[in-house]
Design a protein around this ligand. Structure first.
Ligand code: NAD
Length: 484
């Protein structure tokens, strides 16, 4: 292990060693490529102490000053976009080209957006003439924010928490996923270079059940923003039930696409390919149940399967690669398990895993790759139709009418996003409000506006992020009533 790159915790503005390290794998080769601090509760406590110490100064820093620092951070990241994208791909398995186009630009955008949003976030006021009273509110930062993020969009999702937390005057202890910790070190270096005061952001690495759990259970961390799996959120909720913390929980999905006969067919097929398989299907918003109105079912399937077959799976470094490697061997085996189970249950595999061979360059022979797979002829109750697979697998089934498809789309335990394809505007207004989803995209997918609330219902989470929703979460709004 001696020659491996070592990722140390970032506490009080410095990188510091710990007693234990875990192995981080390059998903495209299956080789260990870094060792990452495996923090103990003692390390987490040290980070919380640093964040507490930095809080009085940071929370009293003017919004203008905080904003300037966040803008500087955005500029520094942007200047190193290529380096960030390469490390993010190496760590996560996604194509470098995708990280350059989506992950890192959105990381930059998150910092810029919240830096400038904070400048315009005004307080509300109300005058009661009868009571001779003037009321106004002040928004106070909450304190040390505990931020826990997953591995699929490592820096993009981490910054969607760090940027608003800082803009609102909180200090931070963040724990990225143990599987994708390396790229956040680049972020820590940018924080140092930008002159972010020591202790304002602290990053601890390690497993969820040790470092993550210690952060969740820390009595002096009053709010937790968590993005990850629904099962993990259940553990987190239970372990902090006695602590009365603020929680924001962004969880899993089983997102439907509903495609009507009157859709813009070409755009629909093209976008549904992206919504099913981008980032190897490892996006919480990816489509994994495609309901197609019976009149165009066969036509859709033929076009969709043909395009899926043409997607290039391979080396994330190759500019032509569409699907890179899945995050880990365990995750790849889980994804394949769903496909095999569907097949055993009588479903048809139209393309993908076990249908066409995987042709990989020598460098990637031991990587965790799965061909994009399309499954048909399965009931809505099959595990591939009900459970989050979180990989390049999607199921296509026919439907006949509106009421039926709404009920079937809503039958999942999740409620994160849905996609609706129709040129009939009345139908859009009839159906969209009835879908159990935090976001309904109509004739598009993943068009993100950070001013809008983002989050899920049912088992997809609690709370909303974005614009004023993030600032509400990261502040305590206090009413002050003065009688004169
Ligand atoms: P995960 O729940 O396994 O891990 C997420 C994070 O939580 C990691 O940092 C992990 O170390 C930590 N963790 C694990 N156990 C913990 C515990 N007991 N206490 C505190 N922290 C703990 O999720 P994952 O596998 O990293 O990510 C995939 C999941 O994330 C999928 O379900 C996906 O849908 C979801 N996700 C949701 C969104 C969203 O915005 N709704 C976005 C991305 C991913």
């Amino acid at each position: 292990m001696a020659s491996l790159d070592t990722i140390d915790n970032f506490i009080d503005g410095e990188f510091c060693t710990t007693d234990d390290y875990l192995e981080s794998y390059d998903p495209s080769t299956g080789q260990v490529w870094a060792k990452v601090a495996n923090s103990s509760p003692k390390d987490v406590d040290k980070a919380v102490q640093a964040a507490e110490k930095a809080f009085p100064l940071w929370s009293a820093t003017s919004v203008d000053q905080r904003s300037k620092l966040l803008l500087k951070i955005a500029d520094l990241i942007e200047a190193r976009l290529d380096e960030f994208a390469e490390v993010e791909s190496h760590d996560q398995g996604k194509p470098v080209a995708l990280a350059k186009k989506i992950d890192i630009p959105r990381l930059v955008h998150n910092f810029r957006y919240f830096a400038t949003y904070a400048l315009h976030d005004v307080n509300s006021s109300s005058i009661q003439i009868d009571a001779s009273a003037t009321n106004y509110t002040v928004k106070c930062p909450v304190g040390v924010a505990g931020l826990i993020s997953p591995w699929n969009l490592p820096l993009y999702l981490l910054s969607f928490k760090i940027a608003p937390a800082l803009a609102c005057g909180n200090t931070v202890v963040a724990k990225p996923s143990e599987m994708t910790s390396v790229s956040s070190r680049l972020l820590c270096r940018v924080f140092q270079e930008a002159g972010l005061p020591k202790g304002v952001v602290n990053i601890v690495y390690g497993y969820g059940w040790t470092a993550g759990q210690a952060l969740v259970e820390h009595p002096r961390v009053p709010l937790i923003s968590f993005t990850g799996g629904t099962a993990t959120a259940e553990v987190i909720r239970k372990s902090a039930a006695h602590l009365n913390k603020k929680f924001s929980l962004e969880l899993g999905g089983k997102n439907p696409a509903i495609i009507f006969e009157d859709c813009n067919f070409e755009k629909c097929v093209e976008t549904t390919i992206r919504s099913s398989f981008i980032n190897q299907g490892e996006v919480c918003l990816c489509t994994s149940r495609i309901f197609v109105q019976r009149g165009i079912y066969e036509k859709f399937l033929e076009a969709f399967v043909a395009k899926t077959r043409s997607l290039i799976v391979g080396d994330p470094k190759d500019a032509n690669t569409f699907c890179g490697a899945l995050i880990s061997k365990q995750h790849r085996d889980k994804v394949i398990g769903f496909i095999d189970e569907a097949k055993k249950g009588g479903a048809t595999l139209r393309c993908g895993h076990s249908v066409e061979p995987l042709e990989l360059p020598d460098r990637c022979q031991n990587g965790y790759f799965v061909r994009p797979t399309v499954i048909t002829d399965l009931p809505d109750t099959a595990p591939a139709m009900t459970d989050e697979i979180f990989g390049p697998v999607t199921c296509v089934v026919p439907f006949d009418d509106e009421e039926e498809v709404i009920a079937r789309a809503n039958s999942a335990r999740y409620g994160l996003s849905a996609t609706l394809w129709t040129e009939n505007v009345s139908r859009v207004h009839r159906i969209a409000p009835k879908l159990d989803a935090g976001t309904v995209w109509v004739n598009c997918w993943l068009v993100r506006d950070l001013n809008m609330p983002f989050g899920g219902m049912k088992d997809s989470g609690t709370g909303r992020e974005g614009g004023k929703y993030s600032t509400e979460f990261f502040t305590e709004e206090k009413t002050i009533c003065i009688q004169h």
